[in-house]
Design a protein around this ligand. Sequence first.
Ligand code: F6R
Length: 261
Amino acid sequence: MEVVVRPHAGAATDLVARLIQRAVRQKPDLTLGLATGRTMEALYAKLVEDYAQGGTDYSCVTTFNLDEYIGLPPSHECSYRTYMQRHLFDRVNVRPENTHVPDGMAENTEVACARYEAMIATVGGIDLQLLGIGRTGHIGFNEPLSAMFSRTRAKALTPETMAQNRPLFPDPAMMPHRAITMGVGTILDAKRCLLLVTGAEKSGVVARAIEGPVTSMVSATALQMHPHCTVVLDEAAADGLSQKDYYYWLFENEPEWSEFR
Ligand code: F6R
């Protein structure tokens, strides 16, 4: 795991945008795993801005989203499909048929999850998986006690995650309690993982995820076992890390980061 700390949220988000853009430049037919949530809104705005200025070409990119609420049709204003259309898909030249979000309305969730896994396998797996972290330490919607080898499946949301996301629903009572999510094992299969976290309210869970013991109680700790995982934080989210100075030093001195300094 490599940890990069940037002075503020804008700089952290900008770095992640540039890493994604470079990955697409290097492999135009990249398979990109995508996340939703408040943190990603600023990131997608940067990708859209770059695209609008004639930057990155997404015409050969394939995307797979991490999760979707069970019971929300794609057209629902709070579905993750709608989120993705609004913040990214409708605003860059990714082909609609190359974008995938789990089917929250599937008659048979198990079959739909197995099909999702098969689709990922068919394209040769995910090259770059973008991730955020929830207050429970979830990645995707892998809530505490998600097995390290879990695959795409239905998962019940914790009260903490319900509280985190309920304000995003115009009628909070309408928020589903369950979601389909890629499993921890599905995420770990990605060739590279890229976790973006900003804001002081995440500093406690970030410290547990990065420097704490690996435990299924905090799914993000599984990323410590991934051979190529990059964590990008702003100063506020990094506040609880014991080795913060070391992480700063690495970014300022390691050759691999020279083009981003
Ligand atoms: C959603 C997802 C979640 C979010 C996490 C952080 O697709 O993958 O793991 O990344 O809940 O959400 P925000 O950014 O809203 O704090």
